[in-house]
Design a protein. Sequence first.
Length: 60
Amino acid sequence: MLQQIETRTAAALSADPSIDGILAAGPHVCDAAANKAIKDVGADVHLACFDMSDAVTAHA
């Protein structure tokens, strides 16, 4: 599931350079999938989520 989210996020970021932010609902999506997709694509976007775990806040 996370791999699919990462793949789709990277594809969306690559296809639309006007995307400047991502809002993720859960910590695993925010920390693992979306953050990795942003780094892989080299996108300059804001990433936010509804979780304040150590893993998520470490990227702040």
